[in-house]
Design a binder for this molecule. Structure first.
Ligand SMILES: NC(=O)c1ccc[n+]([C@@H]2O[C@H](COP(=O)([O-])OP(=O)(O)OC[C@H]3O[C@@H](n4cnc5c(N)ncnc54)[C@H](O)[C@@H]3O)[C@@H](O)[C@H]2O)c1
Length: 336
């Protein structure tokens, strides 16, 4: 049996480096054989750190060969073309979220993946976020009784890695498919779905406090789950300082759970004024390690990934329903 997967990195920008950091930290059995990016300098940077061969296009790399999998991390508007080409070439694929910016594009990619029969995962790292898994276990064990409501909130600055340069593609509606909801929002929406089940309908208001961004840089939304539970989702690209706040709050009949920015899950059941720290501190970055380990295991050993790629259609549908709601000013069904 092969010991390591040889991958091509398609899109050698910011997140590709985070993935490589995670591979290094966790010793994931992945070697990078090809670094592909139309911006030669980006491909060269990944090549320099990994020993990979740099290419300017996926086609050129496929002609040369030497890898059986691809990590695709390109702007959203290019997900379908690149992922489809990689799958048709018989590669295993780990495609960054969102699966695609439209439901039809998602369905076409999923069809192509089924026909290819290779491993196809969407890199929704929140599926592997240690604190999120801790909360899931605590809810399962009844730590806060029955869930009454939940809140997910992501207020974050435009980090230079992701929003810097001349003009980030994230500011363009055509490249990104929207703003903070379709992009970063998925990492806050996936946990809500893992804990509370499927969302039936949403109502949302959007704002554009960051004038550089064509899509929304602020969202306030309510989600009604099929169980009837209501949660709120807030996202904002901040333009100034902000106070610390929990990333998630889940309120139950007997207590509350919070996920703190520090990486701690806290239980608030009235016994500890500062909240009871549960387990070990997790950390968002550890989610990438588990995700890449899961992908490598699926390719090398045929194990089943933690979530099917189809699951990622849910976060995209949620984002699109919020966009419809912001226009209609009504509750919008997510699965219509
Ligand atoms: N899971 C996460 O936490 C997370 C975080 C950030 C970004 N992402 C996702 O990763 C993807 C990339 O985001 P990023 O922040 O790295 O963006 P980025 O702009 O830093 O990098 C994208 C790279 O893709 C390259 N590219 C464009 N077209 C290409 C093509 N046809 N072939 C090969 N390369 C091409 C660009 O030149 C650039 O180097 C997006 O889907 C984004 O949503 C995920």
């Amino acid at each position: 049996m092969k010991e390591r997967i040889r991958i091509a990195i398609v899109g050698c920008g910011a997140i590709a480096h985070w993935h490589l950091d995670a591979v290094d930290r966790a010793g994931v059995p992945i070697s990078v054989a090809a670094a592909i990016d139309p911006v030669a300098e980006h491909a060269r940077r990944i090549a320099a750190r990994t020993g990979a061969t740099p290419y300017l296009s996926l086609d050129a790399a496929l002609d040369a060969g030497g890898f059986e999998a691809a990590l695709i991390a390109v702007p959203h508007g290019r997900h379908e073309a690149i992922a489809s080409a990689a799958l048709r070439a018989g590669l295993h694929v780990l495609l960054e979220k969102p699966l695609a910016p439209t439901v039809h594009a998602c369905e076409r990619i999923l069809d192509t993946a089924r026909a290819a029969g290779t491993v196809f995962m969407v890199a929704e790292n929140a599926q592997y976020w240690p604190e999120v898994l801790t909360v899931r276990a605590l809810l399962h064990d009844g730590a806060i009784g029955e869930v009454v409501t939940a809140r997910a909130a992501t207020f974050f600055p435009a980090l230079a890695d992701f929003y810097g340069g001349d003009r980030s593609w994230r500011f363009d509606q055509a490249e990104a498919g929207g703003g903070v909801v379709i992009d970063t929002g998925s990492h806050w929406l996936r946990p809500l779905r893992m804990w509370l089940g499927e969302v039936d309908e949403v109502v949302a208001a959007l704002g554009r406090p960051d004038p550089r961004m064509e899509g929304e840089s602020l969202c306030r939304a309510l989600l009604r789950f099929t169980t009837g539970t209501i949660a709120s989702f807030d996202a904002m690209l901040t333009t100034g300082g902000i106070a610390p706040q929990p990333l998630f709050t889940v309120t139950g009949t007997t207590g509350e759970l919070t996920v703190e920015g520090s990486g701690w899950v806290k239980l608030w059941d009235g016994t500890d004024r500062k909240g009871k720290k549960i387990g070990e501190p997790g950390g968002y970055l550890r989610s990438y390690e588990a995700e890449l380990t899961d992908f490598a295991s699926a390719v090398l050993h045929g194990t089943t990934p933690a979530a099917p790629a189809e699951q990622a259609v849910g976060e995209l549908r949620l984002a699109l329903a919020m966009y419809r709601s912001a226009t209609s000013r009504r509750w919008e069904k997510v699965w219509r």
